[in-house]
Design a protein around this ligand. Structure first.
Ligand code: AKG
Ligand code: FE2
Length: 345
């Protein structure tokens, strides 16, 4: 079932926060806007990773970051700060359009692509304080250009350029992830397939009058293999959960925050961690972000690489296929999707 939620823009005009948006933190019991410490994650230079004579130290940092926090900040990725600001600008300009104009890109029934307030699976579901635009960007023949905004005028060309650049970045990152585990460098790319799906989710989190009770995005782990996030420069509202404590992700304007999703946790036999994260709201400022998911081909078999388990280190995950399907089924039942892939030990 899909129900269209009332747009947050309309609620702000009315100045009210309906019950459907009120969420309590069942994990820590703290108000959503308590002051949480910053995560201690490394900044990794992708330029150094590209070359085997300079990569050794970065690979150690990468492995350690991905096995503790499941994420890192990537710099020197070949996208200039000016270009990243352009991406942020077109995102902001799109969300500033009048609602009717944004609705030209609206989600169609049964499809998550397009503009909307996220998928509403049931009447009881708590809602996020956000607007979003979700588009497939790779493979190119799977783009639904009808849903790509025509305004602002440079939106499409900038998204195309961003998507081309990200292809090279994801390749470097997957190869480095493999090398950091002493595996053949193409193993992730091969397991995920040449036609892996890459999707872009543009998010707007408007200022919210009750940041103590309302979330921009509920706690979840990503169903992707990896996720690449371009953060807003002016806020730090993304948080990761580690050992039952929330930590704030620092914003570095020129960096991409790259995190592990469930499928790379499975391939790495649990060495890399797909951590639960959420977005909090903010009474003063709006926040925008551009989140890109790298999603393996659905008919590829995803399983831990053989070299990563033996008698002393048990195999933690089974072979799975079509994880997005499993993900939605489990998510709907309020369970963590990766549980479905765990071996019974
Ligand atoms: O907006 C963000 O920074 C992160 C959103 C997120 O976690 C997601 O879309 O999966
Ligand atoms: Fe996420």
């Amino acid at each position: 079932m899909e129900l269209q939620a009332e747009s947050v823009q309309e609620l702000i005009l009315k100045g009210e926060v309906p019950d459907k948006y009120i969420q309590y933190d069942k994990i820590t019991g703290e108000p959503q806007d308590a002051n949480f410490p910053a995560m201690d994650i490394p900044v990794i230079d992708l330029g150094l990773l590209r070359n085997s004579s300079t990569s050794a130290h970065e690979l150690v940092k990468l492995r350690s970051a991905l096995s503790s926090w499941g994420c890192f900040q990537a710099i020197n990725h070949d996208m200039t700060p000016k270009f990243l600001d352009k991406v942020r600008d077109v995102t902001k300009q799109f969300f500033e359009l009048p609602l009717e104009q944004k609705q030209r890109c609206s989600q169609e029934v049964g499809d998550i692509q397009g503009y909307g307030n996220g998928i509403v699976l049931s009447e009881q579901q708590k809602l996020d304080w956000s607007e979003l635009l979700y588009l497939v960007i790779q493979p190119e023949d799977r783009r639904n250009l009808k849903l790509w905004p025509e305004k602002p005028e440079d939106f499409r060309s900038i998204l195309h350029e961003y998507s081309t650049k990200l292809r090279l970045i994801t390749e470097v990152v997957f190869k480095a992830m493999a090398s950091s585990l002493n595996l053949e460098e193409n193993c992730f790319l091969q397991q995920y397939g040449e036609r892996a799906k890459v999707t872009a989710k543009f998010n707007l989190y408007p200022p919210c009058p009750r940041p103590d009770l309302v979330l921009g995005q509920k706690p979840h782990a990503d169903g992707s293999a990896i996720t690449l996030i371009l953060q807003d420069k002016s806020t730090e509202d993304l948080q990761f959960l580690k050992e039952n404590q929330w930590f704030r992700a620092p914003t570095i304007p020129e960096a991409l925050l790259i995190n592990i999703g469930d499928q790379a946790e499975i391939s790495s036999n649990g060495i890399f961690k797909s951590l639960i994260h959420r977005v909090v709201t903010n009474a003063e400022r709006e926040r925008i972000s551009l989140v890109v998911f790298y999603i393996p081909e659905i008919d590829k078999e995803i399983e831990p690489f053989e070299k990563l388990f033996d008698e002393s280190r048990p195999r933690l995950y089974k072979k799975i296929k079509n994880y997005p399907d499993i993900y939605f089924q489990y998510y709907q039942q309020g369970k963590r999707p990766i549980e479905a892939a765990k071996c019974q030990i």
